[in-house]
Design a protein around this ligand. Structure first.
Ligand code: RB5
Length: 144
């Protein structure tokens, strides 16, 4: 699977760990940065990763900032992106089953590395249930 991963300065370490795990599992990872601790603005990273998901270049996105909040809010402003801020495997799983989320957002200052990695693996390996949930996702996508 092709997965895009992006992060701000708060998420560099966690990004590297997630990236390594995904590559070990045979996934292709597109890294849109950042790779240094110099301060960057998370909306810029959210836009870069979202573009890869919307173009179909990546099947899913992983976005990381300190809390996961700013980067998920930013991604959710982009039409077609459904970014889920996950705190555990349950929310990661339900965001796919019910919301057809195409990006998982994680807080590097909130989650331990192994929990974050487990959330990503659960996320990418869970299929959308469709049915009544498709109707609701359709309503999310409608312009207001
Ligand atoms: C950066 O210090 C921090 O504000 C950012 O990583 C994120 O937590 C914002 O939501």
């Amino acid at each position: 699977m092709k997965i895009v991963i992006g992060n701000d300065h708060a998420g560099v370490d966690l990004k590297n760990k997630v990236k390594e795990e995904l590559r070990k599992k045979g996934h292709e990872v597109i890294n849109v940065g950042t790779d240094t601790l110099d301060s960057v603005d998370y909306p810029d990273i959210a836009a870069l990763a979202s573009e890869k998901v919307l173009s179909g270049e990546a099947q899913f996105g992983v976005l990381i900032c300190g809390t996961g909040i700013g980067i998920s809010i930013s991604a959710n402003k982009i039409k077609g992106i459904r970014a889920a801020l996950a705190h555990n495997e349950f929310t990661a799983k339900l965001s796919r089953l019910h919301n057809d989320a195409n990006i998982i957002a994680l807080g590097a200052r909130v989650l331990g590395d192994s929990l974050a990695i487990a959330c990503v693996e659960t996320f990418i390996n869970t299929e959308f249930e469709g049915g009544r949930h498709a109707r609701r996702v359709g309503k999310i996508e409608k312009e207001v």
